[in-house]
Design a protein around this ligand. Structure first.
Ligand code: GZL
Length: 326
């Protein structure tokens, strides 16, 4: 009699232990991540959000709390404060604009909650309040755009180095790191071309609708436009609509330069309506989850984690299009 009871007890304990091991998360290793995203203003942003959400949701040792600020800084500040109140383990954050986050980052620091940034950084003065930033080199993106334009104008014999090349610029969100740095980078590239002039420059806020509206105004005011430099493909695609509605051929009458490398830009390049897109990858999820795993494991994070990027024009866009992930 006793033997079967003993056997039953062993079976029950074994089943209990198996259950515990099978579904129990490593104690003390479950981290809650508060992610403050700026909005959904572009194809790029949507792809970035999906990449981060997928990366954290695929790892059961993380719980991701997601907040969409709908392009309002005050919503981001509220979200970070709510993460602090909820005592999350880490805050993941991209800055709508560079300034205005010092106080709330100070609050996170006082609460002992580390901040890891992706995509857009805060101003220099506040960078001591965040652990690291991962994403693209926006200055380099602007420089790549200018270098590509120099090569292209030479190839089509449109730049004798003397005749004015008139460029209009659609800037990103005013005060944001990509808008500031892409402008700087392109200006750096212009130094080699004294005959290049930026005749008009205005924000289209990274959206297709605003990019179209501003390009319409440019075209009304100035018939002599040789090049459009748009800080993202979304605005370039809106401007392409405006150029066509003005009876001009985008990609031919006006050279169209975009940044991001979204699918819509590849399709426009294949159609001959956009000339180039400088890649800026939104697929930051895997890097973000690995950085936070390293943080959880007590590793020191590098001050800057760069993404590797390329550039696509008529020579390589068609071949790359089928494998594009965003
Ligand atoms: C750049 C990112 C920019 C994209 C835009 O890393 O912050 O914001 O270039 C997006 O498309 O809106």
């Amino acid at each position: 009699m006793r033997k079967w009871k003993m056997a039953l007890a062993i079976l029950v304990v074994a089943a209990l232990v198996f259950t515990m091991v099978g579904c129990a998360k490593p104690a003390g290793k479950n981290w809650v991540v508060g992610f403050s995203q700026i909005g959904s203003e572009s194809e790029w942003r949507t792809a970035d959000t999906i990449s981060v959400q997928n990366a954290f949701n695929e790892d059961p040792s993380f719980t991701l709390i997601y907040s969409d600020a709908q392009q309002k800084q005050e919503n981001q500040i509220k979200a970070v404060r709510s993460f602090i109140a909820r005592k999350v383990n880490v805050i993941l954050f991209t800055a709508l604009v560079e300034t205005g986050y010092g106080p709330v980052l100070q609050e996170a620091k006082q609460a002992g909650i580390p901040v890891v940034m992706i995509d857009r950084d805060v101003q220099e003065a506040d960078r001591g309040l965040r652990l690291t930033i991962m994403g693209s080199d926006f200055v380099k993106e602007g420089e790549k755009a200018a270098a590509w334009l120099g090569d292209y104008l030479k190839k089509i014999g449109k730049d004798d180095g003397k005749k004015a090349i008139n460029i209009v610029e659609l800037q990103g969100t005013t005060g944001s790191a990509p808008a500031i740095d892409r402008k700087t980078g392109f200006a750096n590239g212009m130094k080699d071309h004294p005959n290049w002039k930026i005749t008009r420059s205005q924000t289209g806020n990274f959206t297709t609708a605003e990019g179209k509206a501003v390009m319409e105004a440019f075209l009304k005011a100035d018939k002599k436009i040789d090049v459009l430099y748009a800080h993202n493909d979304g605005m370039a695609l809106g401007a392409i609509q405006a150029i066509k509605e003005a009876g001009l051929k985008p990609g031919k009458d006006i050279i169209v330069i975009g940044v991001d490398g979204v699918k819509g830009a590849f399709q426009a390049i294949v159609a001959g309506e956009q000339n180039v897109t400088v890649e800026c990858s939104p697929l930051l999820g895997p890097q973000a989850v690995q950085a936070i795993r390293d943080l959880r494991d007590g590793k020191k994070l590098p001050g800057r984690i760069w993404t590797i990027e390329s550039i696509f024009d008529a020579s390589n866009a068609a071949a790359a299009l089928p494998t594009r992930q965003y």
